[in-house]
Write a protein that binds this ligand. Sequence first.
Ligand SMILES: C[S@@+](CC[C@H](N)C(=O)[O-])C[C@H]1O[C@@H](n2cnc3c(N)ncnc32)[C@H](O)[C@@H]1O
Length: 233
Amino acid sequence: MPDQRRHRAYVGAAAQYDIIGASQFALAVACGLREEHHLLDFGCGSLRAGRFFITYLRSGHYFGIEPNRWLVESAFTEELGADILSIKAPNFAFVDNFSIPFTRRFDYIIAQSIFTHMGRELVIRLFKSAARALAENGIFLATFFLGDKDETRQGWIYFDTVPRGESVATPYREGTITTLAGDAGLKSCKLPYHHPRGQTWFLFTKRDSRLPSPSQIALLHGLQAMPSLLPEE
Ligand SMILES: C[S@@+](CC[C@H](N)C(=O)[O-])C[C@H]1O[C@@H](n2cnc3c(N)ncnc32)[C@H](O)[C@@H]1O
């Protein structure tokens, strides 16, 4: 039976809680994340991916932003245990204005299933915040729902903010994503990396030299590259 505990279900697809977290970690490591880096997990939720990043990174190097404090607290009571708070000293900001209040710059920023619930104004705001917080050589990994048309609704679009039955997915065209990222000073690269829920990964950087080459991009297929080893999803 899928684990339907509330802190897992709130971030979506409770049955895939493990793989959606682990695949974020695997992608970040494939893109060069090492234990000495500082990583920001924007909209970290119940630490679906954060539980892997926190144990891997050096003490004090994980930063999470999340407005729902109870999700983070549940992650420590239900998933990780409280001892890791003193051992790995993760940092959190419980804010909901889509800013990044930490003063340091980040080697890596990850935003999984965040732009996928945003109206255009919030997309623009998060790109600008991320560009300010990203180190000059930093890498920003984020998912989008690609579509033929851009989302026209505004604000944060989630199951607890829109009427029941209304879609909570906010699609954008690839060209729109590239343009809005470019307006914030970020260069874009679409990745072929497998996403268990049909989202599409993008890598953003400030420097052309940090964009992966076509041959590197071709290696970033993730689990999709080994279907014979996959359990049925
Ligand atoms: C689909 S979940 C993804 C969570 C996490 N990134 C993951 O992969 O498990 C969306 C998350 O965005 C959070 N969120 C909502 N409003 C936010 C805001 N203003 N700033 C940051 N995160 C927000 C939600 O509470 C939720 O944890």
